[in-house]
Design a protein around this ligand. Structure first.
Ligand code: ME8
Length: 522
């Protein structure tokens, strides 16, 4: 039996079309899912949409629509976005699906029956965009009451609500976090959660609302809908069939290996969610990774600032590989990073068109010219071959080391070091000179083989990040369908490229962009 790996994205609010910030998390998860599959894991990759709550109800009403009438087309748009980005998810959960609603109701009822949930009166502040409750002290400023997370004004609400006894589990959670250093990543965010939220002490959490009705009803008291975060977080187990007739996936894949989230929602995932699971006596996820923001030059992307970038626009013009590569290479995953049109066009030109695209095209051209397109056998040689080979065979291990720690940018940097080294190898060996004499034909053959072999290794290692380029490269190297020469394992050994394969130069892997024209476009 293969080892399992369960990875999740946040389930996004379909209150608007998504922007590249949301796509960023999903692309990162996709890189991990693909990487783990290549390493032989049975991967379950879950994504979906978070469809209840006051924000969505208000948003639909703005357009004069019923919630689902508004949401359905947005969800279609989102699924189309994931298709265009080649997101290899295994399941897409919508919180309005019966399979999810039934589980949420059972969970709520169980917690009510065992006394972890009780009815009380809530008075406090509510942030609709974040769907978050705040106390007077948390929300108060000199100018009024504002959400500490997003800075928007909060509403005072007074309702009869159900409450969850969070404080009962607080010490257990603190102990768990301290004893499991991998639980909250990156490390700095862990301290933030402990010092800002856990150490000051948890208040009981209001887990129902009764002043609007777009949500899952409390089974024993249908005047109340279940708080949207309790509803949403449960998706991670409802999608696996927890408490349902067929819970085989739950038994196979839970606990999750990683919940990938933006730092904005780390609090919900590292405090509410584990406590809910503890109350249900369900094992906790192994890791919650809170990554940084994708920023625009003028700050965080937001609709009101008008600085959001529509990912479909970028994909249509530059291809999904370009978008995926840029986001994973440009930004250190745990940290904030800036999207600038200049850096985007530059990376596509330098890293993709020049470095790898040109390397493939030059190599294929030379093999066609000097060897009629047939990859020749290599002869034994010394430098600079040895140093190229040494770097090529160690790159796989370095990529793996960084992928295990979600350091996508470092993993890519190592692959590009190999690509760069291979380009330098052309300058060092000067094949055009070797081609001048019959005597150096053997040396020329070795150089050609080494170039093609180094490209083969790089093309295998880029698979988690780019979905289209690897097959295009294999096509040009004549190894499409050759499982052995394209397997992940084979990237760790030199010589996997069979001599005698036929090279055929095709269209450029990545076209070179006209900087001025593209800056005008983005
Ligand atoms: O919070 N940079 O959904 P949401 C990086 N429904 N990532 C960004 C980003 C940016 N500028 N903007 C958004 C919700 N994200 C809830 C989640 S989960 C049980 C419920 C990403 O549509 C990031 O992953 O507001 C962030 O956490 C998520 O989108 C928020 O998506």
């Amino acid at each position: 039996m293969k080892p399992t790996y369960y990875i999740t994205t946040p389930i996004y609010y379909p209150s608007n079309k998504l922007h590249i910030g949301n796509a960023y998390t999903t692309i990162a998860c996709d890189a991990v899912a693909r990487y783990k599959r290549l390493r032989g894991y049975d991967v379950y990759y879950l994504t979906g949409t978070d469809e209840h709550g006051q924000k969505l109800q208000e948003r639909a009403a703005q357009d004069g629509k019923e919630p689902l009438e508004f949401i359905d087309p947005v969800v279609d748009w989102i699924r189309d976005l994931w298709d265009r980005l080649d997101i290899s998810y295994d399941d897409f959960i919508r919180t309005t699906q019966p399979r999810h609603k039934e589980v949420v109701q059972k969970v709520f009822q169980r917690l009510l029956d065992q006394g972890d949930i009780y009815l009380g009166e809530y008075e406090g502040y509510y942030c609709v965009p974040c769907e978050a409750f705040w106390t007077e002290t948390q929300a108060k400023t000199d100018k009024g009451y504002f959400c500490p997370d997003c800075g928007r004004e909060v509403k005072l609400v007074k309702e009869n609500n159900y409450f969850f006894r969070m404080s009962k589990y607080q010490d257990r959670l603190l102990k768990h976090i301290e004893e499991n250093p991998e639980f909250i990543q990156p490390e700095t965010r862990k301290n933030e959660m402990i010092n800002n939220f856990l150490k000051p002490g948890l208040q009981d959490l209001s887990v129902s609302r009764s002043t609007f009705d777009w949500g899952i009803k409390v089974p024993s008291d249908p005047e109340h809908v279940i708080y949207v975060w309790i509803d949403a977080l449960t998706n991670y187990i409802s999608a696996l069939g927890y408490l349902s007739d067929d819970d085989s996936k739950y038994r196979r894949f839970w606990p999750a290996d990683v919940h990938m989230v933006g730092k904005d929602i780390l609090r919900f995932h590292t405090i509410y969610w584990p406590i809910l699971l503890m109350a249900l006596d369900v094992p906790l996820p192994k890791q919650i990774f809170g990554h940084g923001w994708l920023l625009m030059p003028d700050g965080k992307m937001s609709k009101s600032k008008g600085n959001v970038i529509d990912p479909k626009l970028l994909i249509d013009r530059y291809g999904s590989d370009g978008v995926r590569y840029f986001l994973l290479r440009e930004i250190n995953f745990g940290q904030d990073g800036i999207f600038t049109p200049e850096s985007f066009v530059q990376r596509l030109n330098f890293d993709l068109a020049n470095d790898i695209g040109n390397l493939l095209s030059r190599t294929a051209t030379m093999i066609e010219k000097y060897f009629d397109g047939v990859i020749p056998a290599a002869e034994v040689a010394g430098e600079p071959d040895d140093s190229l080979i040494e770097l090529a065979v160690k790159t796989k291990g370095l990529v793996e080391e960084h992928m295990e720690a979600m350091r996508f940018s470092n993993a890519l940097a190592h692959i590009w070091e190999l690509v760069g080294r291979t380009n330098k190898y052309i300058d060092e060996t000067m094949p055009w000179n070797l081609a001048k004499s019959e005597e150096t034909k053997g040396r020329l053959a070795t150089v050609m083989y080494n170039l093609a072999e180094s490209i083969r290794i790089s093309s295998i290692l880029i698979q988690p990040f780019m979905t289209k380029a690897p097959a295009k490269i294999w096509d040009q190297l004549g190894i499409v369908g050759n499982e052995q020469a394209t397997s992940w394992e084979s990237a760790g050994t030199w010589g996997g490229l069979p001599e005698g394969s036929t090279v055929s130069r095709k269209e450029l892997l990545f076209p070179r962009l006209d900087v001025a024209a593209e800056l005008a476009f983005i």
